[in-house]
Design a protein around this ligand. Structure first.
Ligand SMILES: [Zn+2]
Length: 516
């Protein structure tokens, strides 16, 4: 009898308050693109439990929004958190930029054994939710190493098996990085054959295309053809025009995407709001020179070294760049003094005479020492704005989890969303606030089929951000990247407060999100 009474009483005590959290007096921007409306929003058991005038509702915690805007947590559809989220699983830089969910495994580079990786992350405890793609380069490297040739039918089957397994383990789709080794050695038929293995499980195809400048029209056409032939939606990764010689060409790229959409192809894009790209140093060299990881051997051979240098010079002319002034070292483990310096500056430090030949020798030195992470000033603001205005461009960082003070990373890992809201919404008025939020929430949720996120609706996961649009600001710059965004006063992940009055809490409510 006593036991039965206890059982009766416990639920009564627990339900003393109606909700875990009630946020009062918010201007709700629900993620759909609709204008804000005033409401209270209640959270219970990790979900949005009620929206409306909740005057009499009780809650364990009440947060007065004081007219600030409440939005869904931001979904960053394009990240690279493998290898860094393990060291900082709370992912401070993302949380303080309003991001509650990331899609990783982009540009062809992913974990292959997703169950093991997800289990490890879940055990560590995550600040953010993590979904993953399965990457072409990772799969190809596993089966074929760095070989500079087409895949045999047997190798295709092996790669398909790895993709099929990753999809069964919850990958949200298949990514390519066709400018990188070894994916660049593939043809479209290979990519289609592999994409089909992901399409069979309802995945999306995301592509860092073969070219993002002079041959972008062909590259977009290839990406769309992969989607058409494999029967899956397409997201073009970090859409940009990264060649001075063809600045302005985004108009043609967007017109082509619109044409394909009109023909019934589900194709969208993502973008980071910066004029510099960030990637490795090797991408400046011809890809054949990097095949099989034998760059040192090739540079040691005088004739080959000269041939590589010659192709690099030709490439610069095509790009419309007089030299490597656009290239800055972000991370160079063997000599951190080079970090933040341009190739001509490093060349001068090494005592080389000014000029292109010395700069190319400097690049060879860095490649011989294991390569470097770089930022490249390659984009024009007019193209950035035009691509941002395109209605189906999602906001993405292309970043990873940072370690405060380590290296000289691209500021996008810290400030992407705050920068869009401060610079492109508030200052330049390129987007309305509601439209910017849609591109950070409902749009990527749709593409990656995160069906219970990206909108403020009853029953959705309680990933929420509360901020004052007049105050939100990115602080990270190219010169001083290690600065968190400011103004995201409250961030909630799965109903738990992870940023409380602009300070990180100890909560680790993030989940690994497996595609069903
Ligand atoms: Zn990429």
């Amino acid at each position: 009898m006593a036991r039965a009474l206890t059982l009766l009483f416990i639920p009564m005590l627990l339900s003393a308050a109606d909700y875990d959290i009630v946020i009062r007096n918010a201007r709700v921007i629900d993620g759909s693109g609709n204008p804000w409306y005033r409401a209270d929003v209640a959270v219970k058991d990790g979900r949005i439990a009620a929206i409306g005038r909740l005057t009499n509702a009780t809650a364990a915690r009440t947060i007065d929004a004081g007219e600030r805007v409440l939005t869904p947590g931001f979904i960053d559809p394009h990240t690279h958190v493998e290898g860094n989220i393990e060291r900082n699983p709370r992912a401070d830089n993302f949380l303080l930029d309003g991001v509650t969910t990331v899609v990783t495994g982009n540009c062809g580079s992913s974990e292959l054994n997703l169950t093991a990786w997800f289990d490890k992350l879940a055990k560590t405890g995550l600040g953010i939710n993590v979904a993953s793609l399965v990457g072409h380069n990772s799969v190809r490297r596993e089966v074929m190493g760095g070989a500079n040739r087409l895949a045999t039918p047997g190798e295709i089957v092996k790669m398909q098996t790895l993709i099929d397994r990753a999809m069964r383990e919850g990958a949200v789709g298949f990514s390519t990085g066709l400018e990188y080794i070894p994916g660049t050695f593939s043809d479209t038929a290979e990519v289609v054959a592999l994409a089909k293995a992901a399409a069979a499980h309802g995945g999306v195809y995301t592509s860092h295309m073969r070219d993002e400048g002079i041959r972008e029209i062909e590259a977009i056409t290839e990406a769309v053809n992969v989607g058409k032939q494999a029967g899956m939606p397409v997201e073009i990764s970090h859409l940009k025009i990264d060649r001075r010689s063809v600045w302005g060409a985004s108009e043609k790229s967007l017109a082509l995407i619109e044409k394909f959409r009109g023909e019934g192809v589900d194709v969208v894009a993502d973008q980071y709001p910066y004029d510099r790209a960030a990637t490795n140093l090797g991408i400046r060299l011809p890809s054949w020179a990097l095949a099989d990881g034998k760059i040192k051997e090739r540079l040691a051979e005088p004739a080959t070294r000269q041939k590589i240098g010659g192709e690099m010079k030709k490439n610069l002319v095509e790009m419309g760049e007089p030299d490597y002034n656009f290239a800055t070292v972000a991370r160079f483990a063997s000599n951190t003094a080079y970090e933040g310096k341009s190739i001509p500056e490093i060349s001068a430090l090494k005592g080389r005479p000014a000029g292109l030949d010395g700069q190319i020798e400097t690049i060879f030195d860095l490649m011989n020492a294991g390569g470097a992470s770089m930022t490249y000033l390659l984009m024009d603001e007019k193209d950035i704005e035009r691509i941002m205005r395109y209605p189906f461009t999602a906001i993405a960082s292309d970043g990873g989890v940072t370690e405060l003070g380590v290296g000289n990373p691209h500021p996008r890992s810290y400030g992407t969303n705050a920068r869009v809201l401060a610079e492109y919404v508030r200052t330049r008025r390129v987007l309305t606030l509601e439209d910017a939020i849609r591109r950070m929430t409902a749009l990527p949720a749709r593409t990656f089929q995160l069906k219970d996120r990206g909108l403020i609706r009853e029953g959705m996961a309680a990933d929420l951000v509360l901020f004052d649009p007049a105050r939100v600001e990115d602080k990270a710059t190219y010169a001083k990247p290690h600065q968190y965004s400011q103004g995201f006063d409250y961030v909630m992940v799965n109903g738990k407060v992870v940023v409380d009055e602009a300070k990180l809490t100890a909560a680790r409510p993030g989940q690994t999100l497996r595609h069903q």
